[in-house]
Write a protein that binds this ligand. Structure first.
Ligand code: FES
Ligand SMILES: [Fe+2]
Length: 444
């Protein structure tokens, strides 16, 4: 079980917390590149419990900094983004993207001390249409993580952001919990109604899979298996990657190049950042699942409806179906079993279930089962790494050795391979499609 202390250490991410310290070692996907335009309005950006602003200067460079002006703490959100920097509208002090004060307009020239003033700015780079932020304190930032999706040219990557009203950990744990698929998403699907070569068929034929769960160089991994005919198993494999990434099993292992981040905005809000290869075979690129008579499977509709973005700290990429309207639950569909959950859309089902736990789940109320071993192992791995960093300065996995992420792939497959899980995984990986590597842009 997870104690109350462990629960706090796992879920609190603000400055000075043990998990916040771990998160600040890594690059964080923070916003779409398209959210910032040259000399356009600054963006309010909440990350790891810190209120920041982001802006794009006249040269196209991105600045990310504490929203409080170093003079007397007026919000730079109100600032004028003009001619190579952001100018505070209170007394006209101006800052470049690195936080340097480049104009102290309210002070006579002989009293000017702008070279001594610096806004608290974080490093930012752009890759795959995403602005990545490093909130660590050291002089040097590590390279970007060598995620397989970042080997793909930018124009072959799709990106989506969706905010979730709960702690990052419970959102992430929903991803590494394959046992829920046969209930939450497919509890209403009778195997007789589905074609035998459809991946859904194997999931609903046996709703209680067995698992292999292992520690890996990048975090943790499970291989969940169910029988799929004589001598064959249907495998669903997924990973947790430090510090908040998941690779989901919702695509064909051979081409399922993607990555999913559960970025803590603050302790009670998470931004889901999803990058996927347009040419991969997955739930994002395949048609909606259907019964063998052609009818779409209820509750698997695609597309999320968003509220308009606002300028609020937590106003970006919010779904129209949310706790205020019970995620649009349709009790009639639930009752007549056309949709087991009564909620339309697989992403929304996951979103509803993790938000329904409240902002931060009370871990002392849980009764974890053998089917939760991926979750307990991942919690332990996160906690041990965060404490080792706090207590001994041990850099967590993938910071100094970003190549560890490149070995992580997920997806489903059917196999007659009867060897152990690591060998089966290695065999699948060796046969998988790999996109051509493109050089990662050096951190600036
Ligand atoms: S508070 Fe920003 S210039 Fe004075
Ligand atoms: Fe799910």
């Amino acid at each position: 079980m997870t104690t109350a202390l462990e629960g706090r250490e796992l879920t609190q991410v603000g400055p000075g917390t043990v998990m916040g310290g771990l998160m600040r070692q890594y690059w964080i996907p923070a916003a779409l590149s398209s959210e910032l335009v040259r000399d356009g309005a600054p963006l309010r950006l909440m990350l790891l419990g810190e209120k920041l602003i982001a802006f794009r200067d006249s040269a196209g460079r991105v600045g990310v900094m504490d929203h409080r002006c170093p003079h007397r703490c007026a919000s730079l959100f109100l600032g004028r983004n003009e001619e190579g920097g952001i100018r505070c509208i209170y007394h006209g002090w101006k800052f470049d993207v690195a936080g340097n004060c480049i104009d102290m307009a309210s002070v006579p020239p002989h009293q000017d001390f702008k070279h001594k003033v610096k806004a608290k700015a974080y490093r930012a780079v752009e890759r795959a249409g995403v602005i990545w932020v490093h909130m660590g304190a050291g002089a040097e930032a590590p390279p970007l993580p060598a995620l397989e999706i970042l080997d793909v040219p930018d124009d072959e990557i799709n990106v989506s952001f969706i905010q979730r009203d709960c702690n990052y950990l419970q959102a992430l744990e929903g991803e590494i919990d394959t046992a829920h698929f046969g209930f939450l998403h497919a509890g209403h699907v009778d195997p007789d109604d589905v074609a035998e070569d459809d991946p859904v068929y194997n999931t609903v034929t046996s709703r209680a899979p067995e698992y292999h769960v292992i520690d890996t160089a990048w975090g943790t991994q499970y291989g969940a298996y169910r029988p799929a005919g004589p001598g064959r198993n249907y495998w669903r494999c997924a990973s947790f990657l430090f510090p908040f990434w998941t690779l989901a099993p919702n695509g064909e292992f051979g081409s399922h190049v993607h990555a999913r981040a559960w970025v803590p905005l603050d302790d009670g809000h998470t931004m889901f950042c999803f990058l996927w290869w347009k040419r991969g075979t997955s739930a994002m690129t395949l048609p909606q699942p259907a019964f063998k008579d052609g009818r779409p499977i209820g509750g698997t509709g695609r597309g999320n409806k968003f509220l308009p973005n606002t300028t609020d700290w937590l106003g970006r990429w919010r779904l129209a179906a949310n706790p205020d309207n019970d995620w649009g639950i349709d009790r009639a569909a639930q009752r007549d079993n056309t949709i087991y959950s009564g909620i339309e859309g697989i992403h929304l089902q996951d979103q509803a279930i993790t938000e329904s736990m409240g902002p931060i789940v009370d871990h002392e109320l849980e009764h974890l089962a053998p089917s939760d071993q991926m979750i307990t192992r991942t919690r332990r791995r996160l906690l041990m790494a965060a404490r080792a960093l706090r207590d001994g300065g041990v850099r967590p996995p993938g910071v100094e050795d970003p190549e560890v992420f490149r070995g992580a792939r997920s997806g489903y497959f059917v196999s007659d391979d009867q060897r152990g899980w690591p060998e089966i995984y290695a065999g699948q990986l060796a046969a998988a499609v790999r996109p051509p590597p493109t050089p990662l842009r050096a951190a600036e």
